[in-house]
Design a protein around this ligand. Structure first.
Ligand code: 13P
Ligand code: SF4
Length: 317
């Protein structure tokens, strides 16, 4: 299947016929981003899924995102074009592991990144995404212990910004972002001294970027730790001619569309998420033709998880 005009017409025709809204994460293939009704970060897409009047949601992203849409809209049909599109970060903690961790910290507030399974969300007090993690933690009374999971780099970022000592962090990571390393970033920053750095907080190099800023190697106003949606907002207002981007490479498409005059360069051009890339043009067509793969969440698990996800979409801009 080639993403040509015939493919685009067929996808749009089937979406209309099925009363389906197509949502695409910023890491999707460019042709998938361009055919979608909405492209955005995890938080924006969750909010759109919750408020959409369409009877079917086709989630072009990974499984936990489609599951989150189903938790918010249990009466809608939620499809993911390939149910095998998982997430290494979501796999880094199980519900049993979380229950054991909670038992060690009775009374702690559990904050889970949206990159978790529905079963983990069901054991959670408030979910967050990279764009509202700081706001979510700041909304918790200062004297309460917080268990933050599963991403250690996002957790370290939140701890740094909030200055919160009673925040415990799970040692999970995303294999794509953890692989964008500090030395690589330092080398690229040294070769492009005027470039802004856009860094996703899941990156292993986020700490190095702050070190570069702290040591005066890169002016601190050039270092920006951002969710994928906030990167697009920042790009639109960019004064820098060159921006080094530390996140999954699918992000470059939206950035280049948002600011065609800026030279966006990947810090690591091998940082591609194989799960995100399972959503191919052929898979989208099949999803609409065959009503597959349908996402199911056990109703009792969804009921327990819903409050935490609803709190997430209410907090932050
Ligand atoms: P955001 O789009 O919320 O920044 O999340 C990044 C991510 O890794 C999703 O898998
Ligand atoms: Fe998960 Fe990482 Fe892929 Fe995002 S980029 S879906 S966090 S494996």
């Amino acid at each position: 299947v080639v993403a040509d005009a015939a493919w685009r017409d067929e996808v749009r025709r089937l979406a209309d016929e099925r009363d389906a809204v197509l949502l695409a994460h910023n890491y999707q293939l460019p042709e998938i981003q361009d055919i979608a009704d909405h492209t955005g970060d995890s938080l924006a897409l969750s909010r759109i899924a919750a408020n959409s009047s369409a009877s079917t949601i086709v989630f072009c992203g990974v499984h936990f995102m489609a599951e989150t849409a189903k938790i918010l809209s249990p009466d809608k049909t939620v499809l993911i074009p390939d149910a095998r599109a998982g997430c290494s970060l979501a796999d880094s903690i199980t519900a049993d592991e979380l229950r054991a961790w909670k038992a060690e910290h009775p009374g702690a507030v559990v904050v889970s990144y949206v990159n978790t399974t529905a079963e983990v969300k069901a054991e959670t007090d408030i979910c967050c995404t990279s764009s509202n993690a700081v706001d979510v933690v700041a909304s918790i009374p200062a004297d309460r212990e917080v268990l933050f999971l599963p991403d250690q780099f996002l957790g370290a970022h939140v701890k740094r910004v909030t200055g919160r000592e009673n925040l415990h962090i799970w040692a999970g990571e995303c294999h794509v972002h953890a692989g964008i390393n500090g030395p690589e970033l330092a080398e690229r920053a040294a070769a492009n001294p005027d470039a802004d750095l856009y860094i996703h907080p899941e990156c292993g190099c986020a700490t190095s970027a702050l070190y570069l800023a702290g040591e005066g190697i890169v002016p601190s106003e050039q270092v920006k730790i951002l969710s994928t949606g906030d990167m697009v907002g920042q790009a639109k207002a960019s004064k820098a001619k060159t921006v080094l981007v530390a996140t999954e490479v699918g992000m470059l498409h939206q950035l280049r569309k948002a600011a065609p005059g800026v030279d966006f360069q990947a810090v690591n051009d091998r940082a591609s998420c194989r799960y995100m890339k399972m959503i191919t043009p052929a898979a989208v067509l099949r999803a609409l033709r065959e009503n597959a793969d349908e996402v199911h969440v056990d109703p009792e698990t969804a009921r327990k998880a819903r409050g935490a996800v609803q709190r997430m979409i209410e907090i932050g801009t």
